[in-house]
Design a protein around this ligand. Structure first.
Ligand SMILES: Nc1ncnc2c1ncn2[C@@H]1O[C@H](COP(=O)(O)OP(=O)(O)OP(=O)(O)O)[C@@H](O)[C@H]1O
Ligand SMILES: [Mg+2]
Length: 391
């Protein structure tokens, strides 16, 4: 089945959900079931053996003890067990907030749709189904393990990942991004918290999760909101550019994650969005005027004039990119730096794509390395260790 068909079906579901959101009409159970059936079609089109959206097949039960995996703005993720098979799953449900209206369900169904469109790619969390319980909807996913932010924090700032581990992680994340982008899906919120590290059987395996902010490039009227997490937002997103939130925005976020794996911190940390842009330009240099104009920034007048001043000042001092000072040769080889520099390119038109990054020399000899993943780890703590000891 061809990619375009997946993208078209995906966009049709998203458009329907967006129409609901705009009209303010809540998505009733019958409509939700109809949307689920459409999502099932997306799954069938996307993959050989694609996920069936079947609420019966993913009936789950709670597990004893500390089952909370994450709490977000819109919902809660808990660990549970599939009744039929006893397998561990993670269940994402909406907060019981009547004020949510149809928006919350819409977001959850969109997320389901994006997940199935990627057809169980190994670098993306797999959806088992959408469950209906207590009158609400939940996403039932494979349980993976702790998120990468927790793993990074457990290592502490002084022990970021060695280059070989960073490369292994990046190879998988880039492959996941290629799969999403192939289907016209922009994740819009790639960051360590939205990357899961496999807890059992396969140390060093990571998967992208949380497609709750994603959009399809084929949607008629994609959500206009600015999505994402400031530290990982591309310049064009921060500048509220007309071209913001295209697939290059994900490539930028992946560059930020790569730098964080190597240094233990996100590379740019502003206090607000304007300051974030300033931090980026301070390291990379402000983009040329033509590039900036092409991005058609919609900044406030004050910030726009500030950017002009930074650029003039940088020209005076012949500012060049300081990225190599931030990530020096002891931390990252020239081959790795080629990937980092490519992803962290201000101009979205010139930014390296995820597919191009995977073709770089840095990844040329990793196939063998991937085959001998570290010994199986048996718990989430063990998993963190398994990534930690593969220097
Ligand atoms: N499949 C999974 N397996 C294990 N843990 C998971 C899984 N999915 C999510 N989690 C945990 O729950 C956390 C929150 O999940 P997620 O990022 O999907 O939701 P969120 O950020 O709360 O959602 P939203 O941004 O849509 O409000 C993750 O950071 C991770 O720690
Ligand atoms: Mg999240």
């Amino acid at each position: 089945m061809d990619t375009t068909e997946v993208a078209t079906r995906l966009a049709a579901v998203c458009d329907l959900i967006e129409e609901h959101r705009k009209s303010g009409a809540p998505i009733c159970a019958t409509r939700a079931a109809a949307i689920s059936a459409m999502i099932d079609d997306v799954a069938a089109a996307a993959a050989t053996g694609g996920t069936r959206i079947d609420s019966g097949a993913c009936s789950y039960e709670e597990v004893d003890g500390d089952d909370e995996l994450g709490v977000g703005l819109s919902g809660l993720v808990v660990r549970a067990r599939l009744r039929a098979t006893g397998e561990d799953v993670a269940v994402k449900s909406l907060h019981a907030d009547p004020g949510c209206g149809g928006g919350g369900i819409g977001r959850l169904l969109r997320e389901a749709c994006f997940m199935v469109a990627c057809g169980g790619h190994p670098s993306l969390v797999a959806l088992r189904g959408v469950a209906m319980d207590n009158g609400g909807h939940s996403l039932v996913m494979d349980y993976v393990g702790p998120n990468l932010l927790d793993v990074l924090r457990a290592r502490g700032r002084r022990r970021p990942f060695p280059e070989a581990d960073a490369r292994r992680v990046m190879r998988q994340l880039l492959a996941g991004a290629v799969e999403m982008h192939r289907h016209g899906i922009v994740h819009r919120d790639i960051k360590p918290e939205n990357v899961l590290v496999a807890a059992t059987g396969c140390g060093g395996v990571v998967k992208i999760c949380d497609l709750g902010s994603a959009k399809s490039t084929a949607e008629r009227s994609p959500p206009a909101d600015i999505a994402g997490t400031m530290e990982y937002m591309a310049p064009e997103v921060l500048a509220r550019s007309a071209c913001g939130h295209g697939v290059p925005a994900d490539a930028w976020s992946l560059g930020c994650v790569m730098a964080e794996l190597l240094t233990g911190e996100p590379p740019f940390r502003g206090e607000d969005q304007a300051d974030q842009l300033r931090e980026i330009f301070d390291v990379l240099g402000a983009p040329e005027e033509s590039v900036w104009e092409a991005m058609r920034p919609r900044l406030s007048a004050v910030l726009a004039s500030e950017v002009k001043q930074w650029r003039a000042r940088q020209r005076q001092v012949r500012h060049r990119s300081r990225l190599r000072e931030v990530i020096p040769g002891e931390v990252l080889s020239d081959e790795g730096f080629e990937v980092l520099k490519g992803l962290l390119t201000c101009d979205p038109e010139k930014r390296m794509t995820a597919a191009a990054a995977l073709r770089c020399a840095w990844f040329a000899d990793e196939v063998e390395e991937d085959a001998r993943v570290p010994a199986a780890a048996t718990s989430s703590a063990g998993c963190a260790m398994s990534l930690a000891i593969t220097a």
